[in-house]
Each structure stands twice: as structure tokens, then as C-alpha cells.
Design a protein. Structure first.
Ligand code: TYD
Ligand code: MG
Length: 455
């Protein structure tokens, strides 16, 4: 009997199926299945050739040398922090993000910093020509000689070059352009991406080389989503941000060598990416003074507090159905909070349009945003500005109660650092806090209290 010559893969998560399916049973995405030729037995052969034949002995934990975990600093404090303190030799790091967000720029800058200290750093590009990389590099600055460039997409050739040159750090830009001759499907397909990552993983572990892989995030098309490889690599970082705004956030999604609670903030300038050590200051620059509907809130990005401005514009609706838009936050949450205000404070908001925006193009999902958002809406509705130097945070429940949120102390400290003198926060959070001088803490237990605090 003839065996099936092809299999179907979900391009999002890599789920494998013998027949085409409309919806992926694993990630529940629709229309993501694509047919790919079945990887022949060479796959099995390759996997076993990578393994050493001699049997390994189990080792007791005590005898494992942890010194080999010495980290290499990337020269960018923000990136080091996200990596958990620097690059771990022998680790495989996936840097994902939308096309054009700045992944190549970030990694080229890392290469520049590393090349000053390491003997050899290898940047392999399958997307750009040497001239294009050079043009980018000219914008970024001076490079030392230990940075080597290579334009190549054939993985076997790449492997040979790496084994010959033995660099300490290798960048692969991008995984979706890499291919192996043994596999007949196109570069970027699930089998190619998976197999390529497997080869790189083995290379990283056996040669103790740190490898960064760039992966484009795409929802449709033939390019496999990096989620396929998330579980294979040691560390997954996502580079996010609005393409039209200049700031970028590097977020750790998975990290076998550190916490995933860290973010790094960067700004895209005409000379490459610049680290933003003080994101709050950066985000609040340009906040209008004395304008109604503008409130400063404090969000936690991992362990890092960040002050942001929330803006609301509430005006009478011209149609029967009020218009609402929420940029940077959940639309349903906005509707819910407006319903709470309507019911608990008797504000006739159902005949008002509301437009809400988080300045800077950041996306927030933390419930601590609620109280700030509610006050921004009230402030715009009544056209009364919220006093300057006032910070608001707290979660709002369906009965209009203000609930405690975590890490209040850090939020207040960040506000103090930036010269805020008044904080409106959940009353129940007050009890867990140590007193801080020079700042007025006003605990509220309902939305009505908060409104009264503002007068
Ligand atoms: P790039 O690193 O090529 O993105 P990716 O590899 O994620 O696809 O970034 C490209 C964008 O960054 C491009 O729109 C131009 C912009 N850019 C700057 O604004 N300043 C610079 O110094 C550089 C190198 C790029
Ligand atoms: Mg690129």
C-alpha cells in the first residue's frame, strides 16, 4: 500500500494532521492548515546522527559545574534585564515580532556591542544582501573587525561555517528564510522551520554557542508562526510596539534562564534603537496640563512600574447608538466601566459617545487601569480637569467598588520619583503600604468616593 506522501500542518502552532482540517484542534485557529510533503526517513536519520552514540552517565546535581553559566552582557542594560542578566552561552533565543519592528536593527546593535569584547560574532542574514546590512550598520555606528557577516540560507552550509569559525554568538535572520535540502517543502513552512530550529538547537548545545533566531510573526500566508518553535528554544522574546510610534517594548515570554516578568523599553531613532531607562518620563512627556479627560495611571510591566496617560473624550451622541472606541485597551472593558458609571453614579452615559486612548500607543490589560479610566471619563463628561501631579490606580468592580491591586508600594514609589504629590488608590491597598513622606495617599472604596475626592 502506498503511504501518504504529504501531511497537513497548522501554520500557527505546528499541529500535524493526516488530513486537512478547517479548525486546528490544538490552537483553535481557523484556516491555518497547509499541505506539506511528508518528511522522509532522512529526518529520522538526521536526528540520530546528531546524537552521540556512546551512552551517557547520569550525573548528580552536586557535581554539575555552574560556572559555565557565566553570562555575556549584550552591552544594552534593557536587553540584559529581559534575558535575565545577559546571554547564556549555548542558549537558543528566539526574537519574534512583526516585520519592520526593528528586530534586525536590535540584533545588529547587539552584535556591535559584542564584537568589541568577543573574538567572533557571526551575523547570518537570509533576508538582506551584504550591502543592505552595511547601509543599516552605517546608521548605527562603528563596528569592530570581529563581527563577521554571511548571506546564506542553506542550513548545512551555515552549520559548516559555524563549525569552522567557532563564533561565540550567532544571529540567524530569519528562521523563515532558512532551509534544508533534505526537506522538500518551501522555506518558512512548518517542517522547514522546525527542522532548522532543531539543527540550530543541537549546534548551540554541542558547541556552546549562543544563537539568536529572528522569527517574523504572521497570521496568514505561508510563513510559519514562531509559535511553532516557542517550545523548542530556551528563551522567547517578543519585540512589540506600534510601527508608527517610536517606542518599542521587548518582552520575555519564555525564559529558561530567568524570569519572564521583565520588559525592556527602546526608542527607534534615526541612528538605531536607543534604550529608554526611564519609560515613565518618556511616556508622560507631552501630557497636556489642565486638560479634562486626562489622567495618569500606573501599570506594572512585570516588576517594573510605568506611568502612562489615559485620555478620554466624552461628548453627546448625534445618533441613537453611542459610539465608543478604545485604543490601547479592551473595548468590552470600556463598555463595562461605562455601564457601571451609568448605574452607580446615575450618569446618563448611554447618550454620550466615548473615545478612549492610551497615549503612546501602549496596550494595557491590567485591571489597575480601571479607576484611572473611570476618572478620565468622569473628568471629560463634566469637563473638569484632574489636578496635575495626581496618580490614580485601582480595579473597579461591577457594584462600583474599588478593589485592591498588587504592588501598590512600587507604583507609589515610581510616582514619587517623578514628582507626583497625590495618589488616589484603593482603600484596601493602603493597609499593606509603608508610609512614604511627601506624598498624599487617598484611599477610596467606591467610584463615588473617588469622584468626591476630586471635588
Ligand atoms: P528592521 O530592523 O529592518 O525590522 P525587522 O528586522 O524587524 O523587520 O527595522 C526596520 C525599521 O526601522 C525601518 O522601518 C527603518 C527603521 N530604522 C530607523 O528608524 N532607524 C535606524 O537607524 C534603522 C537602522 C532602522
Ligand atoms: Mg529584518
Amino acid at each position: 500500500m502506498k503511504k501518504n506522501a504529504s501531511v497537513f500542518f497548522c501554520q500557527e502552532c505546528g499541529y500535524e494532521s493526516a488530513k486537512w482540517l478547517g479548525q486546528c484542534p490544538a490552537c483553535h485557529e481557523w484556516n491555518t492548515f497547509a499541505e506539506e510533503p511528508k518528511v522522509s526517513t532522512s529526518r529520522g536519520k538526521m536526528a540520530s546522527s546528531g546524537r552521540r552514540s556512546e551512552a551517557k552517565e547520569p550525573v548528580s546535581l552536586k557535581h554539575i559545574d555552574s560556572d559555565s553559566q557565566d553570562r555575556i552582557s549584550t552591552g544594552m542594560a534593557e536587553l540584559d534585564q529581559v534575558l535575565g542578566g545577559g546571554i547564556v552561552p549555548g542558549s537558543l533565543v528566539l526574537v519574534g515580532g512583526d516585520p519592520g519592528i526593528g528586530k534586525s536593527t536590535l540584533l545588529l546593535q547587539v552584535c556591535r556591542n559584542l564584537a568589541d569584547r568577543l573574538e567572533q560574532v557571526l551575523y547570518i542574514s537570509g533576508e538582506e544582501s551584504l550591502q543592505q546590512i552595511k547601509l543599516r550598520a552605517v546608521r548605527i555606528g562603528e563596528f569592530s573587525d570581529s563581527l563577521k557577516l554571511l548571506c546564506e540560507t542553506n542550513l548545512s552550509d551555515i552549520e559548516a561555517v559555524v563549525l569552522k569559525n567557532r563564533p561565540q554568538v550567532v544571529i540567524i535572520d530569519s528562521i523563515q528564510t532558512m532551509f534544508q535540502e533534505e526537506i522538500s517543502s518551501a522555506p518558512g513552512s512548518v517542517s522547514q522551520v522546525r527542522e532548522a530550529t532543531g539543527v540550530l538547537m543541537r549546534l548551540a548545545k554541542e558547541q556552546n554557542i549562543a544563537i539568536f533566531i529572528v522569527g517574523h510573526v504572521t497570521k496568514e500566508g505561508t510563513v510559519a508562526g514562531p509559535r511553532v518553535l516557542e517550545h523548542m528554544v530556551d528563551t522567547v522574546l517578543y519585540f512589540e510596539g506600534d510601527r508608527h510610534a517610536s517606542y518599542r517594548i521587548l518582552r520575555g515570554v519564555k525564559n529558561r534562564f530567568g524570569s519572564t516578568n521583565e520588559i525592556g523599553v527602546f526608542e527607534m531613532t534615526d541612528t538605531g534603537l536607543r534604550e529608554v531607562a526611564n519609560p515613565s518620563e518618556y511616556m508622560l512627556s507631552g501630557k497636556p496640563e489642565g486638560a479634562s479627560g486626562s489622567v495618569v495611571v500606573c501599570m506594572m510591566e512585570g516588576t517594573r512600574p510605568m506611568l502612562l496617560e489615559v485620555q478620554a473624550l466624552v461628548c453627546r451622541t448625534n445618533f441613537g447608538l453611542p459610539r465608543r472606541t478604545a485604543a490601547g485597551m479592551d473595548y468590552n472593558r470600556l463598555n463595562l466601566l461605562m455601564a457601571v458609571l451609568e448605574k452607580r453614579l446615575n450618569l446618563p452615559l448611554s447618550s454620550y459617545d466615548a473615545y478612549v486612548n492610551i497615549a503612546g500607543g501602549v496596550r494595557l490589560s491590567e485591571p489597575a487601569l480601571d479607576l484611572g479610566l473611570v476618572l478620565a471619563i468622569i473628568s471629560s463628561y463634566r469637563d473638569v480637569p484632574i489636578p496635575d501631579k495626581t496618580l490614580v490606580f485601582g480595579e473597579v468592580g461591577l457594584s462600583g467598588e474599588v478593589r485592591a491591586v498588587g504592588m501598590s508600594q512600587q507604583r507609589v514609589q515610581e510616582a514619587k520619583r517623578l514628582g507626583f504629590d497625590r495618589i488616589i488608590l484603593p482603600k484596601s491597598s493602603l493597609s499593606q503600604m509603608k508610609s512614604i513622606t511627601g506624598i498624599r495617599l487617598e484611599g477610596v472604596s467606591t467610584v463615588r468616593d473617588a469622584m468626591e475626592v476630586l471635588g
